[in-house]
Design a protein around this ligand. Structure first.
Ligand SMILES: NC(=O)c1ccc[n+]([C@@H]2O[C@H](COP(=O)([O-])OP(=O)(O)OC[C@H]3O[C@@H](n4cnc5c(N)ncnc54)[C@H](OP(=O)(O)O)[C@@H]3O)[C@@H](O)[C@H]2O)c1
Length: 309
């Protein structure tokens, strides 16, 4: 075969491959959501949202009520949760909500009692592992690893990963009983490795690894439980009080976009199209280059926020 022809075939094959990948990436953001699989008409389907008293978790609670679910609102602040419950009752009078109080930083074997608070007969079909963030480190979350206290680092690890792993273990029997079921694990673009956030970043990678393995386990055991990791970029929330913009959606918009991705078939996905667009940098650059670009921005934030301490 002539050499120019070989290059022509390689070029054609590469173009077809890239075009197919592009079509797949776009399809994820335009296909209809399969969330309704988990919410039977006339049935009392319930979702459990961790960290529902603010930010993206509150966004999930609102959006799930809007889409026909009753919602367990988990958090640690009873007054805040009651206010949200009241506003949901006014906005969605036909929906029910229940409050579950549990401090995710103080986990022990008592977490098992949450299953009985939910109740054997409740048709729980959705679990959203959202609780987390760096709220406990405000006003400056960017800290060199050696400067963490034991307590601060333990709080980040426990709230962002241990709690989610255990609440999933505790609620899985109910989800299995009410198959099909859905588990969403909220991760972050920081999982690709951002400096001065090492413990938090590790928990966000944990969310993906934990979900990947659980998804494989569900498929291996022929269980109809969809497990999906959600990669989240900047979102306006209590711990990120940025002005909403194209690349910083509101918490409600982030929750809505995430629920729209349900059923897309990926193990993990950028929940919002704008964050996927930013993620193109990862398709083009190496992870180290991506980290170096992010470091420039984070360094500025660190310096600004250190002044607020
Ligand atoms: N916002 C972003 O830019 C962004 C980016 C990437 C990923 N994420 C991820 O998205 C998720 C939600 O973040 P967010 O920005 O919405 O956070 P947020 O606004 O700070 O809200 C966090 C929620 O978790 C609750 N919470 C915190 N510590 C708790 C504890 N010890 N026990 C029980 N509840 C606790 C908070 O309760 P209180 O109301 O009592 O504080 C609140 O309901 C996190 O997993 C975060 O890693 C966020």
């Amino acid at each position: 075969m002539e050499v120019p022809k070989v290059f022509g075939y390689i070029g054609l094959a590469t173009s077809v491959l890239l075009f197919t990948r592009l079509l797949k990436a776009v399809y994820i953001y335009i296909r209809p959501s399969s969330l309704s699989r988990y919410c039977k008409e006339g049935d009392e389907s319930w979702a459990f949202v961790t960290g529902a008293s603010d930010g993206i978790g509150q966004g999930f609670a609102e959006e799930l009520c809007a889409r026909g679910f009753n919602v367990f609102l988990h958090g640690r602040n009873a007054d805040k949760l009651r206010r949200i419950q009241e506003s949901l009752r006014k906005e969605y009078p036909t929906r029910q909500t229940k409050i579950i109080i549990y401090d995710a930083s103080q986990i022990d074997a008592s977490i098992d009692d949450i299953a009985s608070q939910v109740g054997e007969t409740t048709r729980l079909t959705v679990l959203i592992n959202n609780v987390g963030g760096m709220g406990s480190m405000m006003p400056c979350p960017y800290v060199n690893l050696q400067d963490y206290t034991f307590k601060d680092m333990q709080t980040i690890l426990t709230v962002n990963s241990t709690f989610s792993a255990h609440i999933t273990r505790v609620l899985l029997p109910l989800l299995l009983k009410n198959q099909p079921g859905l588990i969403l694990n909220i991760s972050s673009t920081t999982k690709f490795g951002i400096p001065w956030l090492a413990p938090y970043v590790a928990t966000k990678a944990f969310a993906i690894g934990f979900g990947d393995a659980l998804s494989a386990e569900m498929r291996a055991d022929k269980r109809d439980i969809e497990v999906m990791g959600v990669i989240v970029g900047s979102v306006q929330s209590a711990s990120n009080p940025a002005t909403p913009s194209l690349f910083t959606p509101t918490s409600r918009a982030m929750a809505s976009a995430t629920l729209d991705r349900v059923g897309c078939g990926e193990l993990s996905v950028f929940g919002h199209w704008a964050h996927r667009l930013q993620g193109v940098a990862l398709d083009v650059f190496s992870q180290k280059m991506f980290q170096d670009i992010a470091t420039t921005q984070v360094r500025k934030l660190k310096l600004e926020q250190e002044k607020l301490k």
